[in-house]
Design a protein around this ligand. Structure first.
Ligand code: AMP
Length: 424
């Protein structure tokens, strides 16, 4: 189905055309008509599926026909977990909305609040925000929510992982009750399901990748290696393979900095991106990575969340993530937009529990390899997938009338017994 048949208007189709998109991705085919018709949408979709266009295109089209935004007001509010994702979503809004007369804004923490307050004075049609900063702006009277007609929660699972649930609930309480709600999440842990129960009445549910399964276009395997030899193995792999662009994940900020130094001492230049780096440095590093000036980017999970890097060829898990679902987020950076990617994990014996949790989540054992010269002294114990027990079907409930009959029969029997006892 081509873009025009999804019901998008000419100014938006023109922007899509200039961007070079020819056919919509599955999530777009499903989400665009539903959102255009004003329905609530709940979608299980990872980064890389085209979800951003999936919600921004119809959202912009609906905004194009609405009332003028008043000062300090906002008409569509997009909540995102990180500054990087917030900036990327805003870029998409500006690209797709370039032929519409709409004002956009973006606010996030870690930078001065005053310029953001100034920007909001005249009101914005779309505002992309991280939850904490949004509340700060509201408390400073820089923002009013009375005109909000659409709310988007982007990467909802990650917002919860980052402890934003309380802030999100506060924000929900401040918004007008009648509005369109859109939620995108790679995974649906219990807290998200609870949140969606409160948020949605009758949403259109969209699932593009099977939930909790890794993208199919990613080739994944693991190298068994001793912990102390991981940096050397990574250098060896980087020297001996012609990998174009590599995103390396470490569990901690310290670990990321240390690895950059270790790579440098072996003549490999790389840069780290994590929460201790200033916003300016993070934006610059990302731009250099995208422009291919930096070939290797070392990142922590939180910093890497939502990075829009196209056709990234390789992801390396230098450390396995503590939370198994992060593995899916990590490898979602590669094999995007139809290209095949490679995700490699360096696994040491002490990480066997983490490995097993990941394998059980993605329902497959990772193929293991051992590199010549890096054979581990401590081999990683074998892992097995746990059997998933099929749910027992619930016994059908007895019809109400029959239940009543049964309880009244039980009562009469009891009464009968009492009479008998009295007589005897
Ligand atoms: P997202 O999942 O929103 O981060 O999008 C992943 C990438 O796919 C982005 O770089 C988009 O520019 C690109 N993209 C989105 N929709 C399309 C499409 N219909 N055709 C080609 N590329 C697309």
């Amino acid at each position: 189905m081509p873009f025009p048949s999804l019901g998008l208007s000419a100014p938006i189709l023109r922007a899509i055309d200039e961007k070079g998109y020819i056919t919509p991705f599955p999530i777009q085919t499903k989400a665009i008509p539903a959102i255009l018709s004003g329905k609530d949408v709940m979608a299980a979709a990872q980064t890389g599926t085209g979800k951003t266009a999936g919600f921004t295109l119809p959202m912009l089209q609906r905004l194009a026909h609405g009332p003028r935004v008043k000062s300090n007001h906002v008409r569509a509010l997009v909540l995102a977990p990180t500054r990087e994702l917030a900036v990327q979503v805003t870029d998409s809004i500006e690209t797709y909305g370039k032929y519409l007369n709409l004002k956009s804004g973006v606010v996030y923490g870690g930078v001065k609040i005053n310029p953001q307050m100034m920007k909001l004075r005249s009101g914005v049609d779309t505002l992309v925000a991280t939850p904490g900063r949004l509340l700060d702006l509201f408390r400073k009277n820089a923002l009013k929510f009375g005109q909000v007609e659409t709310l988007v929660l982007d990467e909802a699972d990650r917002m919860l992982d980052m402890g934003f649930l309380g802030d999100i609930r506060k924000i929900l309480d401040l918004l007008p009750k009648s509005r369109q709600n859109l939620l995108f999440s790679a995974t649906f842990p219990t807290e998200i399901r609870t949140l969606t129960r409160d948020l949605f009445q009758n949403p259109v549910v969209i699932e593009v990748n099977p939930r909790n399964s890794a993208a199919k276009s990613v080739k994944q395997w693991a190298y068994e290696v001793d912990k102390s030899r991981k940096p050397a193995l990574l250098c060896h792999l980087l020297h001996n393979n012609n990998w174009e662009q590599v995103l390396v994940f470490t569990r901690t900020k310290k670990g990321a900095n240390r690895l950059v130094q270790q790579l440098a001492s072996d003549g490999i230049s790389s840069a780290a991106i994590h929460g201790d780096k200033s916003q300016g440095v993070r934006t610059r590093t990302l731009a250099e990575f995208k422009a291919n000036t930096i070939r290797i980017l070392v990142a922590t999970d939180i910093a890497a969340r939502g990075l829009d890097i196209n056709e990234l060829s390789h992801v390396v898990n230098f450390d396995l993530p503590k939370v198994a679902e992060d593995y899916i987020h990590r490898i979602g950076r590669t094999g995007r937009a139809g290209s095949v990617g490679v995700a490699i994990s360096l696994v040491s014996a002490d990480e066997v529990t983490l490995l097993s949790a990941i394998e059980n989540l993605i329902r497959q054992n990772l193929v293991r390899e051992v590199e010549n010269g890096y054979i581990p002294k401590h081999s990683v114990p074998l892992t097995r997938l746990m059997k998933v027990r099929p749910k027992k079907p619930k016994k059908p409930k007895k019809p109400k009338q029959e239940q009543q009959n049964r309880s009244s029969r039980a009562i009469s029997a009891k009464v009968g017994r009492l009479h008998k006892n009295k007589k005897s």
